[in-house]
Ligand binder design. Structure first.
Ligand SMILES: Nc1ncnc2c1ncn2[C@@H]1O[C@H](COP(=O)(O)OP(=O)(O)OP(=O)(O)O)[C@@H](O)[C@H]1O
Ligand SMILES: CC(C)(CO)[C@@H](O)C(=O)[O-]
Ligand code: BAL
Length: 537
């Protein structure tokens, strides 16, 4: 791991890194699987240091998804008002370096204000070019109590994005208003950066981890947990059907009022993307609170989502994921999101347009502008109907030509980005069963149910040999099939980008000796039991 403190050193490092053809830890076999984009994917985790488990969750996510991970540590003077805690803010670089080293970070970028070209002044006094988010996003919530704060955040994040030019940048849901503003900044200023939102990490008491928690006494820290308890009270009545603002806010107020030395600045219900105030929750709402305990300012929020549940089924090749996913969707009355057919449809379109498979720019153009529609089929024996740009390609995407080329297309970063974006937009309504390699870790990390479906290598080899026999394919020995499957597992799990990962909160199902219907029934009863507790279905 390197500690870089100047722009020149950072720029030199990034130039070197991007010119490298091979990642040191990967052998040629896996590299063949990776596109140039994957080999140089850079993940940035912007922080102000004082690292804790919340930051480490962002770093861990970045480590899983990128070839290079850069953590910036910079207490940004532009986002502090003169009366705030800029001087007192925790600065623990030595400890932060140890934590980053253990987490596999490649670079810590920790410049001085001078190296960053921002004077140690607040945004009002600074004489630098500034980035000003839409006023509607920065006047409410924390913006009403921290004049100029979000201009300061937007300015420094823009500088970091220009300096690092990451492929992905990681932010915590804990700072929900900041997250929404950064997503808007990326969209409005056309940064080619994927913003990855990471769930809030909490103490056992429910208190959101924050560098500022260090300011609290033990008693205050215990009392501060009331913020999250209040949000949970509102969440409980939301799940029982309450949607209006006044009742949700009152539920929080009532709970927080139990602790007299918590002085509430605001409790607000807003739309999480636009931050517009909500009278009632439509699809999704963010219930946010800010309060002071003595001189310490604390914030927290929860997302209230009305969507139907999402079931994410990940697992190694040959574990029966797609067959099981379709049957689970059918039994629960949900939609089976056949992600594999989406990549096949793009492959078909590439072939239709005679685009060479290595022309990644032309393919990116096609993938980011195509419109895919999946129509579930009631008959489990017949495939999901697939449309692309209005053409029904359900049969065409199953040809040998498409099958032989789909993995080369699916490995292209721009294709993945475009299709994951489309899948996530469908995910907003929920009611989906999706299967793949990183559905529960990357595509739908907030899925209500996560299953990791697996089977032994020998069992999967036996199943594949049976499939070949049914398809009158030439016989392949079990030994050869086991070698192929073991190699595939290794490639999928050691990929630097979107590797096959069992989500920490996934239930693993070992399917050796189980039939498809037995596995399906196992998952369906697990879901029904879970949903009956939360009345999600
Ligand atoms: N508990 C948490 N869970 C998830 N992400 C977090 C958590 N705390 C901070 N983050 C994220 O880490 C990044 C850096 O935040 P920052 O360095 O300001 O830490 P902080 O804990 O938020 O400190 P502060 O006391 O200033 O709120 C931000 O994207 C923030 O949302
Ligand atoms: C994003 C950020 C690092 C910019 O200074 C800061 O606002 C923070 O730590 O959340
Ligand atoms: N993550 C919070 C940054 C700030 O309060 O300045």
């Amino acid at each position: 791991m390197r500690l870089l403190t100047t722009v020149a050193a950072l720029s030199c490092y990034l130039t070197q890194r991007r010119s490298e053809k091979n990642c040191a830890v990967l052998d040629d076999v896996v590299l063949d699987e990776m596109t140039s984009w994957e080999r140089t994917a850079v993940g940035l985790v912007p922080t102000m240091g004082g690292l804790h488990a919340g930051h480490l969750s962002l770093i861990q996510r970045a480590r899983q998804e990128n070839s290079t991970v850069i953590v910036s540590i910079f207490v940004n003077p532009l986002q502090f008002s003169p009366n705030e805690d800029f001087n007192r803010y925790p600065r623990t670089l030595e400890l932060d370096m140890q934590l980053c080293e253990q987490a596999g970070v490649d670079v810590i970028f920790a410049p001085t204000p001078e190296a960053m070209g921002v004077p140690q002044k607040s945004i009002q006094e600074a004489k630098v070019t500034q980035v000003i988010p839409p006023s509607a996003m920065i006047t409410g919530l924390c913006g009403g109590f921290r004049q100029g704060h979000f201009q300061g955040v937007a300015t420094i994040v823009t500088k970091l994005f220009n300096l690092v030019q990451p492929d992905r940048a990681y932010f915590g849901q804990k700072d929900g208003q900041q997250l929404a503003i950064i997503k808007r900044l990326v969209a409005d200023l056309n940064f080619p950066i994927e913003i990855v939102a990471c769930p809030t990490v909490r103490e056992a008491s429910g208190l959101a981890l924050s560098s500022r928690n260090q300011y609290l006494t033990a008693t205050q820290k215990q009392q501060a947990a009331v913020l999250y308890r209040g949000l949970q009270k509102a969440e409980a009545i939301f799940k029982s059907g309450v949607r209006n603002r006044s009742q949700l806010i009152a539920a929080v107020q009532q709970e927080v009022a139990m602790v007299s030395n918590v002085l509430v600045e605001y409790i607000e219900l807003v739309e999480p993307t636009t931050l517009m105030s909500l009278v009632k929750v439509q699809e999704e709402g963010m219930l946010a609170i800010a309060a002071r305990m003595g001189s310490t300012r604390l914030i927290d929020n929860i997302l209230l989502s009305d969507r139907l549940p999402i079931i994410a089924i990940d697992g190694p090749a040959g574990a029966g994921k797609s067959t099981v996913a379709r049957q689970v969707a059918n039994k629960l009355g949900l939609v089976y999101l056949d992600t594999g057919s989406m990549y096949r449809a793009v492959t078909w379109l590439v072939l239709q347009n005679d685009i060479p498979l290595d022309d990644e720019c032309a393919i990116a153009e096609l993938a980011s502008s195509c419109e895919i529609k999946l129509t579930p089929s009631q008959n489990l024996q017949s495939p999901v109907q697939v449309w692309i740009n209005g053409s029904d390609v359900t049969q065409e995407i199953r040809t040998i030509e498409v099958t032989s080329k789909v993995s080369a297309i699916a490995a292209q970063g721009a294709v993945r980005k475009a299709l994951v974006k489309q899948q996530q937009s469908w995910g907003k309504r929920g009611g989906l069963v999706a299967e793949g390699r990183d559905i529960g870790t990357h595509v739908f990390p907030d899925a209500e149910v996560k299953i990791f479906l697996t089977a032994s290598v020998s069992e999967r080899a036996r199943r594949r040999q049976q499939d070949f026999k049914k398809q009158n394919q030439p016989e392949v020995s079990l030994e050869q099939l086991e070698r192929d499957i073991a190699e595939r597992d290794w490639k999928d799990s050691t990929r630097k980008v979107s590797p096959l990962q069992k989500a920490a909160d996934a239930m693993e199902i070992q399917t050796d000796g189980l039939s498809i219907s037995e596995v399906t029934d196992k998952i369906v009863s697990y879901c029904q039991q879970l949903f009956s507790q939360t009345s999600s279905l």
